[in-house]
Design a protein. Structure first.
Length: 127
């Protein structure tokens, strides 16, 4: 047999509604902040996904290895310095403070000839 619950006082309902709305705003703000960090995956098929990332000046890019293979994130053009080796599950990051195109590659799964990269290569465009 169902029992009827007494109606909640109006003030209590408004308090709960306000708390729920505040929670949604807070969660939405956190989600927005989380998207400011671009993530690039180093994969088993020896590619960076995505190969090209576009961010604003001051944003941080995070590379994460989802691969059972060892990869590197190694800068080769754009006037920046980065050379980190990643094994499965590891991350590395870089905050870009200047505009430009910053190219990187995996030393194990790419070749560089006449300044051109083939294989596991990527670029961060900061604008």
């Amino acid at each position: 047999m169902a029992t009827e619950r007494p109606a909640a006082p109006r003030r209590s309902v408004l308090r709960w509604a306000g708390a729920g709305l505040a929670s949604l705003v807070l969660i939405g703000g956190l989600a927005t902040a989380a998207f400011a960090i671009e993530r690039v995956r180093a994969t088993d098929d020896n590619v960076f996904r995505p190969r090209r990332v576009t961010v604003s000046v001051g944003e941080r890019v995070v590379w994460r290895s989802t691969s059972s293979r060892t990869h590197t994130v190694t800068a080769y053009r754009g006037g920046w310095s980065k050379n980190t080796t990643l094994v499965e599950g590891e991350r590395t990051s870089f905050t870009f403070s200047d505009r430009g195109r910053f190219r990187y590659r995996c030393m194990f799964h790419s070749t560089l000839s006449d300044g051109r990269c083939s294989g596991m290569c990527g670029v961060v465009v900061v604008g």
